[in-house]
Every structure is written in C-alpha cells, then in structure tokens.
Write a protein that binds this ligand. Structure first.
Ligand code: AMP
Length: 333
C-alpha cells in the first residue's frame, strides 16, 4: 500500500519548489521585461473633462490611463474604473449636481473622493528597471490591480510615464515563461484554499447596475457574479462594465438592469472563465497562459457558484505562501 503521507509530502515539496523558482524568476526580471516589444500608451491630461475621458477610453478600447499634470509637468496618478465608480457615488449623493458633474475635469477627481468620504488612493508607481518582484509586492500591499512604471528623463530630470503593468500581464508573463515551474504546482484549488468562498456577493440579471456598483464599493471587490434563483452562474458584472454605462453622461441608465448593461459589452469580450475546486493550480496557469482571464468563477458540477478566484488571490499565493509568518494577507505584505 502506498504511503500517502510520503506522497503528500512529495507533492507539497514539489509545489514549494515550483513557487520558489517562480519567486526567483520574479527577482531577476524587471517590470520592463513584462512590456511587449511595441506598445502604445495613452496618457490623459488632468485638465480633460471627465466626460471626455470616458469617450477616449471607450474609443481606444482601454479601461485605464495614467494622468499627467501639465502645469507641474508631473505624473498625477492612474485613472481607473474606480474613479468612475466614485463619480457615480457622487451622483447618488448629490443628484441635483448633475450639471456640475458634466463640467468636472480629471483634476477634480480628488475633490469627488473628498465629497463622498473616500480615502484617496496613494499615487503609487514603480521604476521599470526594479525587480518585478518589488512591483508585485507593492501591488499586493496597496491592493492595486495595475501599477504605472515611472522613470526620470535623463535630459530634463522630469518624471516620465513608461507604461502600466497589470496583475493580468504579470501572471501571463509568469505563465508563459515558467511552464517548467508551473507544472510543479499540482495541488488543487481546494487544497491550497485559493480564492474566496464565504460571504460571496452576487446579483441577478434583473437587478440594477447601481445595486451591483454599491456591492462592489461596499465590499471592495471588482466583480459580482450574476446568478439565477438556483445560484447557477450566468455571467459576471465587472467594475470596467460601469464605463459604457455612463459614457453619455446619462446617469439614469444606472437604474437599468445588469442584463441590459451586459448586452453593451464590446464584441471581443473574452467571456467568463470558470473552474472547479478540484482543478489544480497548474491547470489554472494553463488557462492564464492561453486566455485573457481576469478572474475565475469557481463552480460545482451543476454550474452553481462556489467561489471567486481573483488574479490578486493567485498573485498573493504565488508570492507569499510559505513565507515567514505565512503572510498571505495584504496587511502583512
Ligand atoms: P478583486 O476585487 O477581484 O481583486 O478581489 C478582491 C478579493 O475579493 C479577492 O480575495 C477575491 O477572492 C474576493 N472577491 C472577488 N469577488 C468577490 C465577490 N463577488 N464576493 C466576495 N468576494 C469576492
């Protein structure tokens, strides 16, 4: 009869070795290495009207952009879907100020945060030539899903935004360059407790977009799975789905149903990705390698919702599992 304890420890040891190899890889690669050979970067001036910034993001098929303060010639943070969600909250608190919202500029986003009582996010950035490991740790610490790479121009001595890297890009980079290490990650989602399984926030197709936004704000999450009355997963509403909903400055549309909003998704929307609790981490890395996956919805054999695995859950496990104090929590990074 095989000694199961011994077999377990072999799998455990191989898993730990795979994780350590990936961590070493992240320490010898830089954030710059993650960038493709050629890429475009759209930087928005903080004098731009918020309304216009929405149109630019949509036209260019992007969901965030670094901001530039041309008065100070300095990097001024990152515009993301969270900023638009803040504008929505402002609208909910001050509906009679809709006319003002139309005239708000990106420089006014901090005022909006103050008005709705949101703690302003730290303006974080990393130097492109620093180890990628550092960028990952900073992301986990600040809970940022994307981080701008900021360098200093040799000639002018001024800041220069090089690009933005996302958790998605980093995990893709790990997956593509570490197939020999990710095959060592044979433990299942259930065994390593990857993701969230309690207090899951869900919505129905007929619920309003606004209710989904409130759930995201209240629980600090970037996606809400859409389920039917029997908890079967139908779709997922993501923070980035808010952008097309408010593009015309018509905030009443937020009262429309999630079903209607999802029908406005771009044609190249990659779809939702699911997995089971028995899937192994190596197969999750396979999915990351091959697809544009931003989160995995954990379902049972009957397609009922079991849990959510976000890219930050995967990154946190890969970076921190087994580290001193088993510090798999943002506070401990
Ligand atoms: P994310 O917002 O995707 O970066 O996820 C942040 C944390 O919340 C992760 O630990 C996720 O597992 C968890 N999470 C994501 N979506 C949900 C949800 N709908 N309900 C509860 N927890 C979630």
């Amino acid at each position: 009869m095989p000694n199961t304890n011994y077999m377990m420890s072999l799998v455990d040891r191989e898993q730990m070795q795979g994780l350590e190899n990936i961590r070493e890889f992240l320490k010898i690669r830089t954030s710059y290495d993650v960038l493709p050979l050629s890429f475009r970067l759209i930087v928005l001036d903080t004098d731009l009207l918020i309304r216009k910034s929405l149109a630019i993001l949509i036209q260019n098929g992007i969901v965030s952009a670094p901001l530039w303060d041309s008065h100070k010639s300095a990097f001024a943070g990152l515009l993301t879907s969270t900023d638009y969600i803040n504008v929505v909250q402002y609208y909910c608190q001050y509906p009679d100020r809709l006319g003002d919202i139309d005239q708000f500029r990106l420089s006014g986003l901090r005022e909006i945060e103050k008005a709705i009582g949101v703690q302003p996010l730290e303006t974080i950035s990393v130097h492109p030539m620093k180890p990628l490991y550092e960028a990952c740790r900073t992301m986990l610490k600040t809970r940022a899903r994307r981080i701008p790479l900021v360098d200093v121009d040799d000639e002018t001595g001024r800041e220069m935004v090089v690009s933005v890297i996302t958790q998605y890009r980093i995990l893709k980079f790990i997956a593509v360059n570490n197939e020999h290490n990710t095959v060592m990650l044979k433990k299942s989602v259930r065994e390593i407790g990857l993701g969230t399984y309690t207090n899951l926030q869900t919505a129905g197709m007929g619920d309003s977009v606004l209710s989904a936004i409130h759930l995201m704000v209240e629980h600090n999450i970037s996606a809400v799975p859409i389920v039917d009355a029997n908890n079967h997963v139908l779709n997922v509403f993501e923070a980035v789905d808010v952008i097309p909903c408010i593009k015309g400055g018509v905030y009443e549309e937020l009262q429309s149903s999630i079903g209607e909003a999802l029908s406005k998704r771009a044609e190249d929307f990659p779809g939702i990705y699911t997995c089971s609790e028995d899937d192994r981490l190596d197969s999750i890395f396979d999915t990351v390698r091959k697809s544009r996956v931003h989160r995995l919805i954990v379902i049972d054999d009957d397609s009922r919702l079991r849990g959510m695995i976000s890219l930050s859950d995967i990154l946190m496990y890969v970076l921190l599992y087994g580290e001193e104090n088993d510090a798999v929590s943002p506070d401990a990074v």
